[in-house]
Write a protein that binds this ligand. Sequence first.
Ligand code: MN
Length: 417
Amino acid sequence: MTDLKRAWLASANLPEADFPLNNLPYGVFSVEDGDLRCGVAIGDRIVDATGLEAAGLLRADPDADVLDAPYWNDFMELGPATWSAYRAALTAMLEDGADDDAQDAITTYSVKMAEATLHMPFRVAEYTDFYAGRHHATNVGTMFRGAENALPPNWLHIPIGYNGRASSVVVSGTEIRRPWGQLKSPDHDTPIFAPSRRFDIELELGAIVGTGSDGPLTVDQAFENIFGYVLLNDWSARDIQAWEYQPLGPFQAKATATTISPWIVPAEALAPFRTATPPREKPLLPHLQDTAPMLYDIELAVTLNGEQIARTNYNKMYYSAAQQLAHHSTSGCPMRTGDLLGSGTISGPEKHNRGSLLELSWGGKEPLTLNSGDTRTFIEDGDTLALHGAAKGNGFQVGFGPCTGQVVPAKDDPFSN
Ligand code: MN
């Protein structure tokens, strides 16, 4: 098991800290009404990476400012060797025993996280969402099509996905307004236009493409191109989805919002937690075969108004993000810096492992009873849903920070201001 790298900042060495020296995730922050700046989380502080670069104290590129922007995309474009070198240099400034100059630089160019506002950490180029969790696909398929036809015939051969909307991706803390849409109850012949009554979450991990490509990628190349990971909640209106999804898949059901956590956990920080995909039920074609362990052991949980309603692990996925990215590129589809790939809902074999309310309440037939005595099938107005994630080391964890959204009531009339 991996050990803690000790920092001279005591708050980074606590066992429950999300941001030890092993993590160093990338975010964007502002303080009071100041500019948006690139930052790196350490303990209870944010290192002002934009400030360190401008002062010449820590530069990713000797010849160009890449962090004088409210996003990490320009840094991401520089590629894995630069990501790694930057991370090593920052680690040296923060580790126990760093010299006085390094400690002075960090003290000057850092802020308390509690006093900062966090923003989208990168510009989302495009957003694709997959359906790569076998337990989720089996559960949903059983509800929609029956146990015999639960997994579509292609499922064990390709990671299924759909093209989502980059415009809908928001950072943790953003309010989510219940959507209107076209719904059709099985009891009626004609559809209605109304606020969704079956609004739901999906517990996912988002992989962020750092290095763009222009042609088919091997699984190994795809793995190298991934910059880092965030928690991702793919808000889903199940009643809109059930009516619209055939034959081209989800559309407006998934277009209201997708929330991500504000810190990009570097792929390098997760390297000690790599784990293999489950055994293949049918062999994959050679271009998608596993070449090394490319999933991660990341413990995940969902809370509703602070109460845990599900927990699972990213190691339950059938396909890795590298396999998804490789498949995405097979047609020659250009992939760009800042492309976001949702893993698909991460469920597990047990009832408490289910990563959506659709599964937890089995299509609304088995309501959840909360500690308060209230019950839930789907989200009610005012509910706050949060995703949590951490890879556990020896006496420390690499955490993702919050991925939270409160659902507010639908507009009275979506066509009035
Ligand atoms: Mn999804």
